[in-house]
Design a protein around this ligand. Structure first.
Ligand code: PMP
Length: 430
């Protein structure tokens, strides 16, 4: 592999061209293992950013892709439909909260979020009451495109870089009560206050249910979400739930909103939708929102990407939905959660550790100083695992098929990194 070319010419996520970090060449992947060009096998702790829930190179997903590619890889969705899209949307509606009836397929998580925001804006426009603000939470993350970024934490996504261009929305304090802690009703005060003050200009509330992912791996109390749903109902504001990271079993329920027994008006899914095979997302909504949107001036929903409903992606996603419908994920995720709950508390005593937390197949170790990316990544590879931390967060979200020995390998590797001074920046550097 021409790694010098890669280093010189190819941008990787959030990396500098001046000081690019090492990239590890992967040759293949199977089950929970990533195989490096050198032949080393790494136990995957990331599911390729929440996506590869069934593991890599899965025979059922492979078969779906092969069969589809020999029939129809892609065709435009305007004026045309096909079985892979119909089968997938049927499966999605069967699995998703039962108030949702209409599916919009798009390319990526960020685009699903853009679509959800546009739906909310068109909804109010059609009602003859145009609104232009969104209420969201601090420490949230919704994607890297502009509208998605505008509702992402302003400090984490550096809104200051885009001042004057990026729309400005309303941010409420993020939930402070952890999932396993005793609920503190005052947690909702700021959110309630913001909604009370601004509800007439707010088209929708958008947030990540239960787990705030890339904005800090914060796992919060279901009562917060319940309160949000109630307040949205009280003020007649739409609720968009971004389940792009949490959807399809990751938190122990099929959708994280089930922990709070609430249903959104608009739901965004992506990532694990195709079992991590290719990019595809969906935005689901109610009959009422969909029909209101289309009753407005435009007469339709104003969006239609080139690769909308890509048959290849839909076929693989349908196969992934079939795997989920077997229900095995429930035992697998519950087993991973049990293991995190028995292994992680021990790490909390470590001087480098500020907090540990877990839910479903998510395990998080928050450290007191930021990691040294280059060194900690090399250390993990030496330990035979693939974990990619950021800042003060070392987190694991392994494929659901991980066996107890794999989870143990991951947690042991984290523990060994905690004991390596070179894996962390000094207090002043971080
Ligand atoms: N929303 C959430 C909650 C996410 O975690 C992500 C991806 N990290 C996105 C949106 C954006 O998805 P994508 O990277 O596919 O555009």
């Amino acid at each position: 592999m021409d790694l010098a070319f890669d280093r010189r010419h190819i941008w990787h996520p959030y990396t500098s061209t001046l000081t690019p970090l090492t990239c590890y060449p992967v040759r293949s992947a199977k089950g929970v293992y990533l195989e490096l060009e050198s032949g080393e096998q790494l136990v995957d702790g990331m599911s390729s950013w929440w996506a590869a829930i069934h593991g890599y190179n899965h025979p059922v997903l492979n078969r779906a892709a092969h069969e589809q590619i020999d029939t129809l890889s892609h065709v435009m969705f305007g004026g045309i439909t096909h079985q892979p899209a119909i089968t997938l949307c049927q499966a999605l509606l069967e699995l998703a909260p039962d108030n949702l009836e209409q599916v919009f397929l798009a390319d990526s998580g960020s685009v699903a979020v853009e679509v959800s925001l546009k739906m909310a804006l068109q909804y109010w426009h059609a009602k003859g009451e145009p609104r232009s603000k969104f209420l969201t939470l601090r420490d949230g993350y919704h994607g890297d495109t502009f509208a998605a970024m505008s509702v992402t934490d302003p400090d984490n996504s550096m809104h200051s870089l885009y001042k004057g261009f990026l729309p400005e929305h309303i941010f409420a304090r993020s939930p402070q009560t952890g999932f396993w802690q005793t609920w503190q009703p005052s947690d909702l005060d700021d959110f309630r206050h913001q909604l009370a003050n601004h509800h007439q200009e707010i088209a929708a509330v958008i947030l990540e249910p239960i787990v705030q992912g890339a904005g800090g791996m914060r796992i919060y109390h279901p009562e917060f979400l319940k309160g949000v749903r109630q307040l949205c109902d009280d003020y007649g504001v739409l609720l968009i739930l971004d389940e792009i990271a949490t959807g399809f079993g990751r938190t122990g329920t099929l959708f994280a909103c089930e922990h709070a027994e609430v249903q959104p008006d608009i739901l965004c899914v992506g990532k694990a939708l195709t079992g991590g095979y290719m990019t595809l997302s969906a935005t689901l909504t109610t009959r009422h929102v969909a029909d209101t949107v289309c009753s407005g001036e435009a007469g339709c929903f104003m969006h239609g990407p080139t690769f909308m409903g890509n048959p290849l992606a839909c076929a693989v996603a349908s196969a992934s939905m079939t795997l989920l419908k077997s229900g095995e994920w429930q035992t697998q995720v519950a087993g991973i959660e049990r293991q995190f709950s028995s292994l992680l508390p021990r790490l909390k005593k470590h001087k480098k550790v500020k907090d540990v937390r877990w839910l479903g197949a998510i395990g998080v170790v928050e450290t007191t100083t930021a990691v040294d990316m280059e060194n900690i990544q090399a250390h993990f590879v030496e330990q035979g695992v693939w974990i990619r931390p950021f800042g003060r967060l070392i987190y694991m979200m392994p494929p659901f098929i991980s066996e107890p020995e794999h989870i143990e390998r991951l947690v042991m590797a984290v523990e060994s990194a905690l004991n390596e001074e070179s894996c962390f920046l000094t207090q002043t550097e971080s």
